[in-house]
Design a binder for this molecule. Structure first.
Ligand SMILES: O=C(O)C1=C[C@@H](OP(=O)(O)O)[C@@H](O)[C@H](O)C1
Ligand SMILES: C=C(OP(=O)(O)O)C(=O)O
Length: 441
């Protein structure tokens, strides 16, 4: 059964009788693929992305960039990976009126509007029903502060919105509230080098959500020749200049590696993930620290394979700023023998769904003891039972439900097809891993 056929049905989460023992090739990083795609559109020549992610979020980014005039050719390589050949967009071209579907992709709804300010045309952004609830105000306000014409077509600070680009962006100094998402700062950074005078971005007082993702943006830009300085700890100055065309191979998505590592954790099994990078800007590299603290044995072999063996009993953890790892981590914590406290994740209320509310509701429905905190979750040990696990169009809720189902019989995950956002092959990869232990017993 393909992922498409199982959308909207309850999926019987595999519940193996044996610890898992398998190797999983994890698809490419969403955050890296979508950053490199956007930068290729603005680069000083044609670029190539090897091992690109093929998923709903990357398709939406490709669709948005093509609509703005970027040439993108997708080639299926003999080894099963996807190569993208990108010809940058022509900022002189008159585009007229363009509609962009953002789906539920934060990287499309936040990263592409600043690009729309650089082209010539009237670009309208909209998305899934839930996309209309995700915060947009800081990026729209920043563009307006930079002199760009922004029209909010619905509720203020939300999609749909129209940006009218004139083919150039003067640049300047802006204050951005990044407490609801790091993507507001990343979005402005990604296009800033192509402005006339550069852009200085100052984070407004308060928390900065998912700061690791801003570091990823800075590192990616610097690697392509963009000059960025840090006037203060809370500001970034991006100088005007070229973005160098490139050829890059995408790393596996280490956040999406999380559920497979979790499979080893919750069955006391062993999982191997090839191509784990030695150095990376991905937040998912934190799994090595997090899961070791929770009792796993983890080895990063010289050939690049990360191997994890789960413990007999999972320890609890107090952890701050787990960012997009939080739903997966919460599922592991719900199966731990000690309490856990996940903090610094208030902004998850504005993700694909209100993830704090969704995790409390769905884990507690299965007998869990999860309490919502101001900025996170308290997860106490409890004996879980089977039942339906709702996913609210959120790919990470779906994988969280699958993790619980691996350890608890008769869990049914609603709309497992939502994993297509970043990992369309998840059901097949998961079922293969879930049955991988048998051969060894
Ligand atoms: O820049 C990115 O690629 C992302 C930034 C983070 O967003 P928030 O800062 O909104 O958490 C993360 O959760 C999201 O999955 C991807
Ligand atoms: C928050 C996430 O996605 P988005 O890029 O849509 O913000 C996520 O993938 O966990």
């Amino acid at each position: 059964m393909s992922t498409k056929d199982i959308v909207d049905t309850a999926w019987d989460a595999p519940h193996p009788a044996y610890p898992v023992n398998g190797t999983v090739i994890v698809p490419a990083s969403k955050s890296l693929t979508n950053r490199y795609l956007l930068l290729a559109a603005l680069a000083d020549g044609p670029s190539r992305i090897y091992n690109a992610l093929a998923s709903r979020d990357s398709d939406l980014m490709i669709g948005a960039l093509r609509a703005l005039g970027t040439g993108i050719e997708s080639i299926n390589s003999a080894d099963g990976t996807v190569e993208l050949r990108i010809t940058p967009l022509d900022l002189e071209r008159e585009l007229g009126q363009v509609q962009i579907d953002c789906g539920l992709a934060g990287t499309v709804m936040r990263f592409v509007p600043p690009l729309a300010a650089l082209v010539r045309g009237s670009i309208t952004f909209d998305g899934d029903p839930h996309a209309r609830l995700r915060p947009m105000a800081p990026v729209l306000t920043a563009l307006s502060d930079l002199g760009v014409s922004v029209h909010e077509n619905g509720e203020p600070g939300l999609l749909p919105a129209t940006i009218t680009g004139t083919g150039s962006l003067a640049g300047g100094r802006i204050v951005v509230d990044a407490s609801a998402s790091s993507q507001f700062i990343s979005a402005l950074m990604l296009v800033a080098a192509r402005s006339e005078h550069g852009v200085e971005i100052i984070a407004a007082p308060g928390t900065i959500a998912s700061p690791d993702h801003i570091e990823m943006t800075v590192a990616t830009l610097r690697e392509l020749g963009v000059e960025i300085t840090r006037p203060t700890e809370r500001s970034w100055k991006i100088e005007p200049g070229r973005i160098t065309a490139f050829e890059r191979t995408m790393e596996p998505d280490l956040s999406n590696a999380g559920p497979f590592l979790a499979a080893a954790m919750v069955t006391a099994g062993t999982v191997r993930i090839p191509h784990w990078p030695v150095r990376t800007t991905q937040v998912g590299d934190q799994w090595r620290t997090i899961l070791t603290r929770m009792g796993a044995q983890i080895t990063h072999h010289e050939d690049g394979i990360l191997e994890i063996t789960g413990p007999a009993k999972i320890s609890g953890i107090n952890y701050a700023d787990s960012s997009e790892l939080a739903p997966t981590l919460a599922a592991i914590c719900a199966l731990a023998t000690e309490p856990s406290r996940l903090t610094g994740i208030a902004h998850l209320r504005g993700h694909e769904t209100d993830r704090l509310a969704a995790l409390v509701t769905e884990l507690n429905k299965l007998g869990g003891k999860v309490t919502e905190l101001d900025d996170g979750l308290l997860i106490e040990p409890a004996t879980l039972h089977g039942g339906e696990f709702g996913t609210y169009a959120d790919h990470r809720m779906a994988t969280a439900g699958a993790i619980i189902g691996l350890a608890v019989p008769e869990v049914k995950v609603l709309d497992i097809g939502t994993t297509a956002k970043t990992m369309p092959d998840f059901p097949e990869l998961w079922t293969t891993l879930a049955t991988s232990g048998k051969a060894t017993h």
